[in-house]
Design a protein around this ligand. Structure first.
Ligand SMILES: Nc1ncnc2c1ncn2[C@@H]1O[C@H](COP(=O)(O)OP(=O)(O)OP(=O)(O)O)[C@@H](O)[C@H]1O
Length: 305
């Protein structure tokens, strides 16, 4: 059942109630292909994913690799119509039979005018049920270093993000889908938050799938990492302890090193496809001798010289 709030449309959806039967996989997707439109190229292509309860997986991939799309599908925000595709969270069809205890946090929330209103943080959190989860709410208020008297229309982006995280995390979750929500946190708060998430996941055997481009201070966080490239997984999720020696002959490599290596490989692969004409080439088009229509148009109205 969905506990909808005024923010449901703003990419914060929390499904909660009593936990259901313990499935083998917290997250399970198979043959998952997805296009954003009928004529669009696939943003996800034959994804197969099985994550056990209690795992914490970092989703690594270049801009446009499909991370947000995957997280949105796992949150049941979009209907998958591809033949033979299944998307299950806690053993249930995530779109048609939405499981309880699933929280999705994305970045768009902070753009919603509702969270920029002239209202105190205290009143805001109560309006979204904070009084029902006092213990966790208070713990998160301390960890995220939030002043309950802040007014939502007068705080910084990072402060607003902290309030979002308090709101999103105060209800205990079994599966947490995070789409780069730590981007504007200062490093101390981010560090304390990651420590909390790791301990919470270990204590309650709760599962986290986290897409991020920030790898500093993250090496001790994941149990698994997974490489997403051009809408597909390069391989199944890798246990992070063993992948620690994957990419570097010089010794152990940090998560940052691994991500950098993978993203270089992604770019090489994409440029290879561009060279073969299978993808539209990016970057400057230096061999284009005929002016484009837009250049021709704007030249006519260029009064700057
Ligand atoms: N609403 C949309 N309509 C059409 N195409 C979309 C839409 N959203 C995303 N896409 C396309 O789907 C692909 C995957 O996008 P997605 O946002 O999932 O990537 P991402 O890995 O999360 O990227 P980033 O790291 O930049 O957040 C991209 O090619 C993108 O252009």
């Amino acid at each position: 059942m969905i506990n909808s709030t005024a923010f449901e449309g703003a990419l914060i959806i929390t499904y909660h109630m009593a936990a259901s039967a313990d499935p083998q996989w917290a997250i399970h997707a198979s043959r998952l292909t997805f296009r954003h439109g009928p004529n669009a190229p696939p943003s996800l292509l034959d994804i197969n994913l099985a994550l056990p309860p209690g795992s914490r997986t970092i989703l690594i991939g270049a801009n446009g690799a499909g991370k947000s799309t995957l997280l949105q599908l796992l949150a049941g925000k979009r209907l998958v119509t591809a033949e033979g595709a299944t998307v299950q969270v806690k053993g249930q069809d995530v779109f048609r039979n939405t499981p309880t205890g699933v929280t999705f946090l994305g970045t768009e929330w902070a753009m919603n005018p509702v969270v920029r209103g002239d209202i105190s943080v205290s009143a805001f959190l109560d309006s979204v049920g904070g009084y029902r989860h006092k213990e966790r709410r208070d713990l998160l208020l301390d960890i995220l270093d939030i002043d309950l008297d802040w007014r939502m229309h007068q705080i910084s982006d990072g402060e607003r993000r902290r309030v979002q995280l308090c709101f999103g995390l105060m209800v205990p979750w079994d599966v947490l889908l995070l789409d780069e929500v730590t981007v504007d946190l200062d490093v101390l708060v981010r560090n304390d938050l990651l420590t909390f998430l790791k301990e919470d996941s270990e204590r309650r055997k709760a599962t986290i799938l986290y897409a991020t481009h920030i790898f500093d201070g993250l090496s001790n966080f994941p149990t698994h990492i997974v490489h997403m490239q051009l809408g597909s997984f390069v391989q199944d999720p890798i246990p992070w302890a063993s992948s620690n020696s994957l990419s570097s002959s010089a010794g152990t490599s940090s998560l940052y090193d691994v991500a950098l290596q993978w993203l270089k490989e992604d770019r090489e692969k994409r440029r290879g496809l561009e060279a073969e004409g299978q993808k539209i080439a990016r970057g400057a088009r230096r061999n284009q001798t005929v002016p484009t229509d837009s250049e021709t148009f704007y030249r006519k109205y260029d009064y700057s010289h």
